[in-house]
Design a binder for this molecule. Structure first.
Ligand code: IPE
Ligand code: IPE
Ligand code: MG
Length: 238
């Protein structure tokens, strides 16, 4: 199979980040600044997501997670919600083949049950068809960190467990196929986690930038990785 994503020569094998996650915030404000409807920001943001994901893989990062739509985002006007879901549907059609050929494994994290049958089936097909690929892209859709933990606990109850250890929960969260989370990046200037990866964030580093998501570029990803390399992670030690 053709494997088109090539690690950049200078950093191949050296990247200390195994799993990076992005809170892609600021699409609406980006559009507003241009006197355009919020949906325009989401459309542009979808292209930026692809650029950022590819750069992460080129730099040797194996797993990426992108916050696309939260369990709280249903509170938005119906027009915006349906525009986001339509964009997603179109994106999946356009990119399915190309990204599977690029050795990317897609995993849709979150509760798929509220989506239309056709969207849900498309997600399941893409997950199936990319299952043996090396790079991981978790797309968080109808995702909430609290609801993920409730899901994991319910799984354990169904299995009849009476008491659990941390590993039991780690093995039942949506990102169980990915390495430990190293870094959470949030664009858009707000300093909060907004119900994202609550369990996984235990010892992740954080990177906040005022840049709005649609303004992010390959250069920004490179800067984030360089910044991470300067960090001293102690994990509770000295
Ligand atoms: C993030 O951008 C994308 C989603 C939550 C779907 P926003 O739409 O939240 O953009 P701002 O924060 O309003 O600018
Ligand atoms: C977080 O952004 C969710 C996504 C990026 C999908 P929000 O814009 O929904 O977060 P809040 O409301 O500012 O916390
Ligand atoms: Mg926002």
């Amino acid at each position: 199979m053709a494997k088109k994503i090539k690690k950049t020569e200078t950093v191949a094998g050296e990247c200390p980040i195994h799993h990076i996650a992005f809170i892609m915030d600021g699409n609406g404000r980006w559009a507003k600044k241009r006197a355009m409807p919020r949906e325009f920001g989401h459309k542009f943001g979808a292209d930026v997501y692809r650029t950022v994901m590819k750069r992460c893989f080129e730099l040797g990062i194996r797993a990426t997670t992108f916050y696309v739509f939260s369990t709280e985002n249903w509170k938005r006007p119906e027009k915006e919600v349906s525009a986001i879901l339509t964009l997603l549907d179109e994106y999946l059609d356009r990119c399915e083949k190309e990204l599977i050929e690029n050795d990317v494994r897609f995993i849709f994290i979150g509760d798929k049950s509220p989506f239309s049958d056709s969207l849900r089936e498309k997600m399941l097909r893409i997950e199936r068809n990319s299952i043996n690929n090396h790079y991981i892209c978790n797309l968080a859709l109808n995702y909430g960190g609290r609801s993920e933990l409730v899901y994991a606990v319910n799984q354990l109850l169904k299995e009849g467990k009476e008491s659990v250890v941390e590993e039991d929960i780690s093995a039942r969260i949506y990102t169980k196929e990915s390495p430990e989370l190293d870094l959470i990046v949030r664009t858009g200037g707000d300093l909060r986690i907004s119900n994202f990866l609550l369990w996984q964030a235990a010892y992740a580093e954080f990177y906040f930038t005022d840049k709005l998501w649609p303004d992010m570029s390959v250069k920004d990803v490179d800067e984030i990785v360089e910044n991470f390399k300067q960090r001293n992670r102690r994990f509770g030690g000295v």
